[in-house]
Ligand binder design. Sequence first.
Ligand SMILES: Cc1ncc(COP(=O)(O)O)c(C=O)c1O
Length: 364
Amino acid sequence: MVAPFADAYSFAAGPARLPDAVLERARDELFRRGRDGASAVERPFADDAFRATLARARARLAGLLALPADYRILFLAGGAMQHFSLLPMNLLGPSRGAAYADSGYWSRRAIDEGHKRATVRVVARPPAGAPAAPDARGWDIPADAAYCHVTPNETADGVAWPALPDTGAVPLVADCTSCFLAAPLDVARFGLVYAGAQKNVGVAGVSIVIVREDLLERAPLDLPAPFSYAAQAAQDSCVNTPPTPAIHVAALVLDWIAESGGLAAMAAANAAKAARLYDFIDASGGFYAAPVRRDCRSNVNVRFHLADGFDEARFLAEAERHGLFHLRGHPRVGGLRASLYNAMPTAGVDALLGFMAEFMSRNG
Ligand SMILES: Cc1ncc(COP(=O)(O)O)c(C=O)c1O
């Protein structure tokens, strides 16, 4: 059992809650020694048992995404931000130019890192007014751009893109960190997709890169091997010691998603959970407000705030007394945020709604 505190919920944007069944399996599997005198966290990465776990995770992920045959899956050490730098290092080739869309906090950080290595053209920005994704049409992408980078779900801003651009021959690259595996993804639209694991694929320490094979040829030969997508693809993500515990947990999460109905089932559940929260906020007569434009509201990072004059610190402190944690918005954005990734059960949303209704009735 995952009790005690079974009725407490973390709404953190990441590292985030794991599915209960995964938490239990991880507790059993990660630290129990086997015949070889090693548990999963103690076993060398060259061992057959770890290689089987890695192969299982890769096969599960390929199956969930119905991955086309010309894409490779990498499980690499580190978080999503590493790829803000590894991307230009691997993909720029001789052109040096890259296009980026600015859609909020995390895309701006990707742009800042991009500037260190590439000639960056920002080809889209959010519209004026309520927080929203850029219009996906009419981008002026230089024909020689090595790639065009988007962030389909802005974790801090609570903004999800309703539509992605058609970038023609320029490979579309997406930081899918907070929306990865929360819904089906048509990988064939992208040259490369990457995500940190600690939201929907397990625990911190591993990031996932899915890259079209032809793009691997662009990596410069003098790139340090651990940072080279091509070298990592050639050596099954094992150029150097991979984050074995995090990959083990990722394999458990991928099993759980497959056994729970796959990505369509995740999307339906996430949409239903988010709709209940947004509907409640919209019906609160202004006591609560969700600032993001309706067609761009994220199903996984629900951003909201209290009516002017209400003390959010008090809301957060009282929420904690009701077992509801990590509801503070991103520090650069402010307000409140409930992250409802795949592992957040309906009971967690029920508990949050119950508290929000009660807080409103006492203060409204
Ligand atoms: C969309 C997005 N990109 C990048 C990052 C950075 O991830 P990491 O801390 O794993 O490097 C985050 C973290 O929340 C994120 O949400």
